[in-house]
Design a protein around this ligand. Structure first.
Ligand code: IDP
Length: 132
């Protein structure tokens, strides 16, 4: 997902270009504004954390771009392309190192396992919106 800060800053084409250069196949692509219900479900594992309210406000505060990627080890590979959660710790050349300065607004999201990918794709895409 390209988070609201990334969309607002016009980074969508840059990020899609990186995905294309890497060689992942985009099987779903949608600009959308997330409801609080979807946001709270999406970030459910962080419900008890002090930043949860801020995180939900942020992710619902403007449109995001939801992207379904397919490719060899795409989950780990996309997380490597994003870099560490805190941009200060992200390796040079990663999206978060190149385009972000704070953990709260770190431009992109990526599922962290096959299980969360399946769950999150189900939150953002309806049946029939993804290519075979
Ligand atoms: P990830 O996005 O790299 O998988 P997670 O630990 O799953 O990182 O956290 C989800 C998101 O919650 C982060 O991308 C970031 O936007 C936000 N977040 C995590 N920790 C903090 C924090 O300490 N303060 C504010 N926001 C945070």
């Amino acid at each position: 997902m390209i988070k609201p800060d990334g969309v607002r800053r016009g980074l969508t084409p840059e990020i899609l270009a990186r995905i294309a250069r890497k060689g992942y196949r985009v099987v779903g692509l949608k600009q959308m504004t997330i409801s609080r219900q979807i946001a709270e479900n999406h970030y459910g594992e962080h419900r008890e954390r002090p930043f949860f309210g801020e995180l939900v406000d942020f992710i619902t505060g403007g449109p995001v771009v939801a992207i379904a990627l397919e490719g060899n080890e795409a989950i780990a590979g996309w997380r490597a392309m994003m870099g560490a959660t805190n941009p200060a710790n992200a390796a040079p050349g990663t999206i978060r190192a190149d385009f972000a300065t704070t953990t709260g607004e770190n431009v992109t999201h990526g599922s962290d396992s096959a299980g969360s990918a399946e769950r999150e794709l189900g939150l953002f895409f309806a049946a029939g919106e993804l290519l075979d």
